[in-house]
Design a protein around this ligand. Sequence first.
Ligand code: SAM
Length: 280
Amino acid sequence: MSAIDTLPPLRQVIADHGLSARKSLGQNFLLDLNLTAKIARQAGDMTECDVLEIGPGPGGLTRGLLAEGARKVLAIEKDMRCMPALAEIATAYPDRLEVINGDALEVDPLAHLTPPIRVAANLPYNVGTELLVRWLTPKDWPPFWQSLTLMFQKEVAERIVAKPGSKTYGRLAILAQWRADAKIVMHLPPGAFTPPPKVSSAVVHLNALPEPRYPADAKVLSHVVAKAFNQRRKMLRASLKGVAPDMEDRLRAAGIEPTDRAEQIDLERFCALAREVART
Ligand code: SAM
């Protein structure tokens, strides 16, 4: 295996800086730099993009992103212990890595980035889902990001790309697929990480569409879909009761039978329903 850069191997970085993995921060590190470079390549051409990386840890993916040519990486890491290791990477790639020690749920990265912007991250699963939902539901579309390349627990990745009729189809699939192309681009077994997590993982790549696939008001669509899947086994005439007057008529006008269940309804008809609900 060829080295992707001249920095020390990650096992040595971890030993030198005492970066024992902390469960409370969801720390499962990727130590194979050829693997992190491969994940970085899934983000597409980064040579003319700034890349926002959340949770760089000891810097495996960060080094992959830089070695693969990212114009600049802005990395936000909560764990102060990682700062010296990340500073060494910044020295090896002058003017291309900026690190913020903070909580990605609280820091606003936009002042530090120049478009076009791609996002890449291997994050703890709860923080990852929360950030994904935020990134998919900005006030205006197109969003600040051109693409998202994110590691998730396999089950969550499957929910993002799920199609109607499958058990994993729900709110996350609709949020993701309404305004982005989403696909699973890599599968990783637990043994790819140190320490290995209990579950398998997958990398999802999302490309932002210039505009939504079908017209709908984002808030109304989100409300209708949340209600519809809140009781996914129920017929829609029951789960959506009270969302708007004459709900059964509105369902039919959207091409949906009131006796249908949420998991049978594709994105196009959910958008039609959101338009019907928004009609006064
Ligand atoms: N990217 C590294 C890798 O692939 O080896 C580390 C991945 S590890 C699964 C997740 C990283 O996210 C850890 O370094 C952890 O400290 C960091 N982290 C956890 N919660 C965070 C938060 N709210 N904001 C920023 N970083 C966070």
